[in-house]
Write a protein that binds this ligand. Structure first.
Ligand code: GTP
Ligand code: MG
Length: 298
């Protein structure tokens, strides 16, 4: 699964990534993350420790991909890749920059999207709402045509420590700019949206939720593919079994082609192998469903 993180420069993407990783290394109800790359592990943990002391990482100068694995009760469950683009690439697409082209390609191919928007900027900069509208159009264009594939989409509202989410007009100010996207997503069955306020600072809040939301629907999508494949293998094994006769076994052996009995056994074995891949996904998917019950979803 490829998850693309998207948002303007200084929206808080890179800070989020390290705090999220550190929180998930500690684990949430038996769910943890790991990476096979020790350098990545050390640098994300060091960045997270610095943020917890109030020192933030530098602005990103290039896109980076991180390969993680979601583990449940210590066992590997679901590998995924998390892509951190520079926010600057968002505004460069008209000038044909290679990083802007890569961002576009990644967005179109993404299995999950996490959209970062800076709450303070939304509250104070009159241009921010316009930027959000442009972002929303791009995200919508990228996901609208995927009738078949389940795609999680998270709107992460960052820096909520710097704004008053309890103010009477907070819904207008912070949710309003996203309503066109939220309404469009509600019309679809394949996009599963969530709106998640975050704090990525010395006292982090909500940091595990965006990644867990994306993974929940990544896992469900994978489970759906596996179960469709099991159904079709079971049906084809049944068909082969009905065609199996003693004569077919003899003539197939003589003609040197697979007999219906051999086809039935092959499809049964393939179905059993797919079932073995499906089973470890079921409990984590249920667990994630419970953990994310209170998230504002659309
Ligand atoms: N108060 C507060 N400040 C934050 C928070 N998250 C990020 N910041 C500030 O925002 C700055 C930018 O954060 P980054 O994580 O580098 O932003 P980015 O989206 O990766 O930016 P680019 O790499 O330029 O695309 C940080 O240096 C912090 O000063 C937050 O939750 N609360
Ligand atoms: Mg960055």
């Amino acid at each position: 699964m490829d998850i693309v993180m998207l948002g303007h420069s200084a929206a808080g993407k890179t800070s989020y990534l390290s705090l999220m990783y550190a929180a998930m290394c500690d684990g949430v109800e038996g769910m943890t993350l790991r990476t096979a790359d020790n350098d990545v592990h050390r640098s994300l943990q060091a960045d997270a420790r610095a943020i917890l002391r109030g020192r933030y990482p530098r602005a990103s100068d290039r896109p980076r991909s991180y390969d993680f694995v979601l583990c449940h009760n210590g066992g590997d469950v679901f590998p995924f890749r998390w892509k951190d683009h520079r926010g600057g690439a968002l505004t460069e697409h008209r000038r044909g920059s290679p990083q802007a082209a890569q961002l576009h390609d990644d967005l179109v191919a993404a299995d999950g999207i996490v959209l970062f928007v800076d709450a303070l900027r939304l509250d104070t900069d009159p241009e921010a709402a316009q930027d959000v509208r442009r972002l929303v159009v791009r995200v919508h264009q990228a996901v609208a045509d995927r009738e078949e594939t389940l795609t999680p989409l998270v709107i992460a509202l960052t820096k909520t420590d710097l704004v008053d989410l309890g103010a009477p007009d907070a819904a207008d100010r912070f949710l309003g700019p996203f309503l066109p996207l939220i309404e469009a997503v509600q019309e679809t069955r394949h996009i599963q949206g969530a709106f998640i306020p975050l704090v990525c600072g010395p006292e982090p809040e909500g940091v595990a939720l965006p990644v867990l939301w994306a993974l929940r629907f990544g896992i469900i999508g994978r489970a759906m593919q596996l179960s469709a494949s099991i159904d079709s293998l079971v049906a084809s094994a049944q068909l082969a079994d009905q065609r199996d006769t003693l004569w077919d076994r003899v003539s197939s052996w003589w003609d040197d082609v697979p007999s219906w009995a051999a086809i039935r056994d092959r499809d049964r074995a393939l179905a059993a192998a797919e079932l073995e891949r499906l089973e470890p996904l079921v409990e984590p998917a249920d667990r994630l469903g419970e953990l994310l019950e209170d998230v504002f979803s659309f």
